[in-house]
Design a binder for this molecule. Structure first.
Ligand code: SF4
Ligand code: SF4
Length: 436
């Protein structure tokens, strides 16, 4: 059976007019050409199976060939909403002779998981994308900006290429003591795994400081790894660098083995996903929570001192929601803040729209720009603004900077982008985050 094939447009032969004679009345009629089209038979070109097999032969790539073309995945794909995408379209490209391993469209998938949610054939982009990208990286087809991130991660243990000794520089502005385990290695309840953007990005550092204040007010015993922390590297894995992810994991596991702690709490849904799913697959088990899961049950113990009085909408991070099933903890926290009126966007919870940062997308805005009409973050910010919200609340370190940029570029500067911990900190007695 031939696989695929490219249908050529049918060739039409028309006369401007034709005369026909009625078999009943015997009268003659002049018909215009539209009634008189003749078509040559279509040509179906066989492209062979090579390009589809190239992907489906990879470990993790098998399910691409299960696609039977129903098209359900396309309207839910966030990339298709601003361009041309979805597993069905990738399948078709491979069917019709495109080598996806050498094509920049391979890198557009953010591994958001929305297509897998609706696919009747379990075509799994969360497996296909990293497998195909790993093969592409091996063949030397890697976008330059991604190569740069891989190298920075390899050299410095963080995607920003920052000095590891500055990992805990943010603690100086927290206004509360933050214990750094390498300096004070006694046992601790919560190991706060800060991850890269909260460690180094100025807006992330503000959120890290806010969480440190909240944990302190709640009397939670916590500490960080400071200079010994390395990224968990889940987005690097999904972007095709499984080897780098596994090398990082060996280092992280060795570091964690040096300290006694009861649980790991992280603000990063990507790091959370790595610890909860990828580490366990490889035999490393830790009790792990996203910070919203730690704080939500404690919300009635937070000493509120101020009402926020704002309409707030919330963006579900793909790797907290769809990938790990947590939709309620962030909402419970937001609803516990005095004066917050929570309004949902049309696309939320299981059908939440991706910010564009997952699966390596965080570092591929340049490549994506050439293939889309606007950034996914811009699309999302416009959806947030349409709710009439004054604040877009987030709980993933990738999102504050992405959405703040998008709010500016789409003319929605009135929309404040704040992490949930920043909102809590503003409303809490002793909180020091500025703004109203
Ligand atoms: S939903 Fe699944 S089976 Fe249907 S077109 Fe998309 S990938 Fe193919
Ligand atoms: S995982 Fe998300 S971005 Fe990737 S193809 Fe599926 S819906 Fe589109």
């Amino acid at each position: 059976m031939p696989v695929g094939g490219e249908k050529e447009r049918p060739v039409a032969h028309e006369k401007e007019t034709a005369t026909v004679t009625s078999q009943i009345s015997g009268l003659e009629w002049e018909l215009p050409g539209m009634w008189n089209r003749m078509f040559e038979s279509r040509v179906l070109r066989d492209h062979g199976t090579a390009e589809l097999q190239r992907i489906s032969a990879l470990e993790g790539g098998e399910s691409l060939e299960w696609c039977y073309g129903c098209g359900k995945c396309v309207p839910v794909c966030p990339v298709d909403l601003v361009g041309e995408y979805g597993p069905r379209k990738l399948h078709r490209l491979a069917q019709t002779g495109t080598n996806l391993l050498a094509d920049d469209r391979l890198w557009l998938c953010t591994t958001c998981g929305n297509c897998l949610r609706v696919c009747p054939k379990q075509v799994d982009m969360i497996q296909i994308a990293p497998a195909a990208r790993e093969a592409a990286v091996g063949a030397g087809h890697v976008p330059t900006e991604l190569q740069d991130v891989f190298e920075k991660t390899f050299r410095q243990g963080n995607c920003l290429g920052e000095n590891p000794r500055r990992r805990h520089a943010w603690t100086r502005g927290a206004g509360v003591p933050v214990r750094v385990l390498p300096s004070d290695p006694s046992p601790v309840d919560v190991l706060f795994y800060v991850e890269d953007y909260w460690s180094y990005h100025p807006r992330g550092q503000q959120a890290a400081q806010a969480l440190a204040r909240i944990l302190t007010v709640l009397g939670i015993d916590f500490a960080i790894l400071g200079p010994e922390e390395k990224t968990l590297g889940d987005s690097q894995r999904l972007a095709g660098e499984r080897g780098l992810f596994e090398a990082l994991m060996e280092d992280v596991v060795a570091t964690l083995a040096k300290y006694e702690f009861a649980r790991i709490v992280t603000p990063d849904p990507h790091g959370f996903n790595a610890l909860r799913n990828e580490y366990t697959k490889r035999g490393h088990h830790y009790e792990v929570a996203h910070y919203t899961q730690l704080l939500a049950p404690l919300a009635d113990r937070i000493p509120w001192s101020k009402s926020i009085d704002a309409r707030v909408t919330f963006h579900d991070p793909c790797y907290l929601g769809r990938h790990n099933g947590e939709y309620d903890a962030p909402r419970r926290l937001l609803q516990s803040i005095p004066g917050v009126e929570l309004v949902e966007m049309g696309r939320c919870r299981e059908n939440g729209y991706c910010c564009g940062g997952g699966g390596g997308g965080m570092w591929l805005d340049g490549l994506t720009a050439g293939r889309t009409t606007e950034r996914l973050s811009e699309r999302r910010v416009r959806e947030a603004a349409e709710t009439g919200a004054e604040i877009l609340a987030v709980c993933c370190p990738y999102e504050v900077s992405r959405f703040e940029d998008a709010a500016k570029s789409t003319g929605n500067e009135q929309l404040q982008v704040l992490d949930i911990v920043e909102l809590i900190d503003r409303a809490m007695a002793g909180g020091s985050a500025g703004g109203d």
